[in-house]
Design a protein around this ligand. Structure first.
Ligand SMILES: NC(=O)C1=CN([C@@H]2O[C@H](COP(=O)(O)OP(=O)(O)OC[C@H]3O[C@@H](n4cnc5c(N)ncnc54)[C@H](OP(=O)(O)O)[C@@H]3O)[C@@H](O)[C@H]2O)[C@@H](O)CC1
Ligand SMILES: [K+]
Length: 489
């Protein structure tokens, strides 16, 4: 699990650790990790031109110490001082002792234009609000330059706690995070600015709390959560999923949701709705029923919404499913049709899966407000509906109603936003709910597998291919974890 901790928590851990160490030890650890990452990135240090964008806080200090280390190995180092009278004195002295020089921001254009590497030490976790004009100008110069950009702790201009970006922010090729990941490194729009994310351990680990603000699953976590059928499994143990999706107008949504559920490992799928012919033609193993959901027979979880429409049949089906006492996933049209109070009153797990536009409608907000503040908005959704909310996007977020860590999906890609992709995700997540995963586990594992399937396919691809790919990515996760566990010979 990759964990993100907010600034307040990181500061507290830092204080606890500092009390046990000599002065400056943490900054030396950070700068050493940073210099190593820069040397790797440059593929050699001697003769390279390094420019430090140096703010007056410790973030600038880290950058200056790292540049001093590179200068001692033969790099040319120049620091652009944003507030010369307040630049970290020890770090500046180290840079000068190593042969580095300084320039004022107004003379930065030429040195940045010639640089091989720009180190962004403008601001780290001490940043407040959008970048000030002079800092914003330097960030823009760095973006336009041919130099590689390495961000110190985080790209300046992104909010460390939320990933929000107000105005200009540094766009990094590599970001070297110290001691702990901050949520803003993992959530868009901040995450888009991070480039390759590297981690330097400075010893904060024992001082961090058990529950982070944010978690990102990795292969081993997903492997541990995925149900695997045992010798005694029958279809009910693997889980029967009920799918209420599709309409005369959109029968394809039914096929995609059923496909997602079958490929996700459901023991059986019951389909309810007007797309039965299309579903049977593609998946003859589906149990179709013509009546309403309440008469469809036993299921362990319901998926409702993709391509459903909003006629009276659809409204009635949503009301019945929301009233069921098994886990329910509510998507697409059903998000609009579900009664908020009825959802809040549910006792079994509930997963809502809106994209930003649907989330905005549910929260009575603008789509842009949702895109720009994804973490706050997914938490709000979970609280207001007392449900697990999965907010789709390039960094899909999953929040539970209980205030536990929000999960961020690390496997997303832009190619996933293709027609019908969400229908597959709904069916897939429904199969995990039916297999007994908690709402938050089902939603985050569903997003993980769905994202990996998208990365595994040569783009462009159709949504039906995503479903077909799920068994393969699932097998590759299991293989990688089993191989890691084998003793090395
Ligand atoms: N945590 C740890 O364990 C460790 C942390 N370490 C490092 O310390 C960093 C935190 O350092 P920090 O606390 O000194 O703050 P920092 O990020 O340098 O920012 C302050 C500067 O930013 C400026 N500034 C503010 N807002 C701004 C804006 N919008 N636009 C422009 N400027 C703005 C502000 O200006 P001022 O308000 O003072 O005028 C001041 O100059 C952390 O990220 C990591 O790199 C490591 O060394 C080792 C262990
Ligand atoms: K920075």
């Amino acid at each position: 699990m990759r964990c993100g901790y907010d600034v307040e928590t990181v500061r507290a851990a830092e204080r606890a650790l500092m009390g046990t160490l000599p002065d400056g030890a943490l900054m030396r650890r950070a700068a050493f990790g940073l210099a190593t990452a820069c040397a790797d990135m440059l593929g050699g240090v001697y003769g390279r031109r390094v420019v430090v964008l140096a703010g007056s806080g410790d973030n600038g200090g880290d950058a200056l110490y790292a540049a001093a280390a590179l200068a001692r190995r033969g790099a040319g180092a120049v620091a652009v001082e944003l507030a010369p009278e307040r630049t970290h004195p020890g770090a500046l002295a180290a840079l000068r002792a190593a042969g580095g020089r300084t320039v004022a921001p107004e003379d930065a254009d030429a040195v940045i234009g010639r640089a091989d590497l720009v180190l962004d030490g403008i601001v780290g976790i001490g940043g407040k609000g959008g970048l000030r004009p002079e800092a914003a100008r330097l960030a823009e110069l760095a973006r336009r330059a041919r130099a590689a950009v390495v961000a110190v702790d985080l790209p300046s201009g992104i909010d460390p706690d939320t990933g929000e970006v107000a105005g200009e922010a540094v766009r990094a090729d590599v970001t070297v995070a110290f001691g702990a990941y901050k949520p803003g490194l993992l959530i868009d729009p901040g995450a888009e600015h991070v480039g390759a994310l590297r981690f330097t351990d400075i010893g904060l680990g024992p001082h961090l709390p058990r529950t982070p603000a944010l978690e990102a699953l990795q292969h081993a976590d997903v492997a541990a959560l995925l149900p695997s059928p045992s010798g005694e499994s029958d279809k009910y143990r693997r889980g029967v999923v009920g799918v209420v999706a599709g309409s005369e107008r959109y029968p394809g949504a039914a096929v995609l949701a059923v496909g997602g559920a079958l490929r996700g490992g459901a023991g059986a799928v019951r389909y309810v709705g007007p797309g039965a012919d299309a579903v049977i033609a593609r998946f003859p193993e589906t149990l179709v029923s013509a009546g309403p959901p309440a008469k469809a027979g036993r299921v362990q979880a319901w998926v409702i919404g993709p391509g459903l429409g909003d006629d009276s049949r659809a409204r009635q089906a949503v009301a019945e499913v929301v009233a069921a006492d098994v886990p329910v996933l509510i998507d697409a049209d059903a998000l609009r049709l579900a009664d908020r109070e009825a959802v809040r009153a549910r006792r079994a797990g509930t997963v809502l899966t809106p994209h930003a536009g649907e989330a905005a409608a549910l929260l009575d907000a603008d789509r842009g407000d949702v895109e720009g503040a994804r973490l706050a908005q997914v938490r709000r959704l979970a609280e207001e509906f007392r449900a697990t909310a999965l907010l789709k996007g390039s960094t899909t977020l999953v929040a539970g109603p209980d205030g536990a860590a929000v999960r961020v999906n690390p496997t997303g890609s832009a190619w996933l936003s293709t027609a019908g992709s969400g229908d597959v995700l709904s069916g897939l997540t429904g199969s995990l709910l039916a297999a007994g995963l908690s709402a938050q586990d089902a939603a985050s594992v569903g997003a993980y597998l769905h994202g990996l399937a998208g990365r595994d396919l040569p783009p462009p691809f159709g949504a039906h291919e995503l479903a077909d790919r799920v068994p393969l990515v699932r097998a590759s996760i299991m293989d990688s974890v089993t191989n890691d566990a084998l003793p090395r010979t």
